[in-house]
Design a binder for this molecule. Sequence first.
Ligand SMILES: Cc1cc2nc3c(=O)[nH]c(=O)nc-3n(C[C@H](O)[C@H](O)[C@H](O)COP(=O)(O)OP(=O)(O)OC[C@H]3O[C@@H](n4cnc5c(N)ncnc54)[C@H](O)[C@@H]3O)c2cc1C
Length: 459
Amino acid sequence: MNAQTLSTPNSTPAPASDGKKWAIVGGGMLGLTLAMRMAKQGHDVTLIEAAPVLGGLASVWNLGDIVWDRHYHVTLLSDSRLRNLIAEIGLEDKMKWVETKTGFYTGGKFYSMSDTKEFLSFPPLNLIEKLRLGGTIFYASKIKNWKRLERITVEKWLRRWSGNSVFEKIWEPLLKCKLGEAYKKTAASFIWAHTSRMYKARRTGLKKEMFGYVEGGYRTIIERMEEQLQQLGVKIKAGCPTSKVEKGTDGQFTIEFANDEPDAKFDRVIMTTPNAILDRVCVDLSVEEKQKFSNVSYLGIVCASLLLKKPLSVYYVTNLTDDWVPMTAVIEMTTIVDPQELGGNSVVYLPKYVPAEHEMFEKSDEEVKESFLSALERMYPEFTRDDVLAFEISRVRNVMAIPTLRYSESLPEMKSSVDGLYIVNSSYILKGNLNVNESITIAEDAMETVLKSELQTTV
Ligand SMILES: Cc1cc2nc3c(=O)[nH]c(=O)nc-3n(C[C@H](O)[C@H](O)[C@H](O)COP(=O)(O)OP(=O)(O)OC[C@H]3O[C@@H](n4cnc5c(N)ncnc54)[C@H](O)[C@@H]3O)c2cc1C
């Protein structure tokens, strides 16, 4: 890694550390942001990550002879918290913005749905249906009291406002793309969060769809954050899966690991991992808290990354709505990223979103590869398997907490019943869907609320 000058736009001088040792468990973007901000305030922080590398869902891996994001990532013009963080770590000048197109594959044909004109000429819908669809999106973007939408399922709400035919032709296939069959138990707040994010993004971009990325992808961001954490004195324990967090009679927490790493002691612990592990790992949580965390259902993903000799599509996202297609979208990175950054090749992602317990997770690499490549051959006649330079599969069971009915009311407090143990993770995203901007918002807001009094204590 290059040596970098530490940029400190938060120019308030760091207070003296109060001597407390903080552990942050989970080195995704949320944990990284918390660690950086707390270290800048002068706190003694150790960041603990199960995987050998930092970044979590935003981490990178080898794809053939390039290193690129394990999951596709773009930034929107309206992602102000993320853009501030990128500026704070000195990478603003590496940010590139590109106008992109969105496609639809339906009934065996491709359609562009990138602007109002294309939207209005989308053949599967008649004029009344288009007006109802447009009206629903506009109405959703104007709703302020999103909590109201937690009381009705997304299906019921969309059928009410768009009508049954628009629901079946457009919304249902799209919901299946994003949520799999889990859409049936999802609240209408999901579609509100999604449409308002996209609406805000287009408004900032003069109705155009502008997506951004940092040169080099998330590798550049994660490496820079890691470097700055080290300069700030944060101790990083990667490759250390936390297996137990227990408070002793001395008031200190002992963290145990699932590998040979010796136990470690801390005064305070912040868990940023998905809820699924909390009842097993955080042994002192109350029965009620454990139950509430376990009740949160997660959406998982099986996501293939392909390194191809040439681009596959002119659309950044092509939503696939035909039932026979085994994946839910095709993501073409060269619509955004300069192919030179990809070794002169193209990177394509084929995601399939499924509930955490879905049988898709049991399928072998070969089975997934065969079904995904066969689908590409059928959809894109010019595609051949000779174009495929590398094919890797990422499987993550706990990606996103599904916003079910009355979701926000069912979550336990971030400040747990165990004094000094905090749960600050992406399941607390209530006003948006999972994205890095929201993860950063959760970290920053926690520092201003539940963690504030602890972080202000100085000796
Ligand atoms: C396919 C896909 C596409 C996406 N596209 C975009 C996009 O275009 N734009 C965007 O902004 N966002 C996107 N996101 C969302 C974005 O990746 C997340 O919002 C963000 O990375 C979540 O960060 P986090 O720290 O909250 O969670 P995570 O990244 O899940 O971090 C949690 C960390 O905890 C670690 N952990 C788990 N168990 C343990 C344990 N026992 N001990 C220690 N560590 C543990 C995990 O390894 C992980 O590193 C996408 C996500 C996916 C999956």
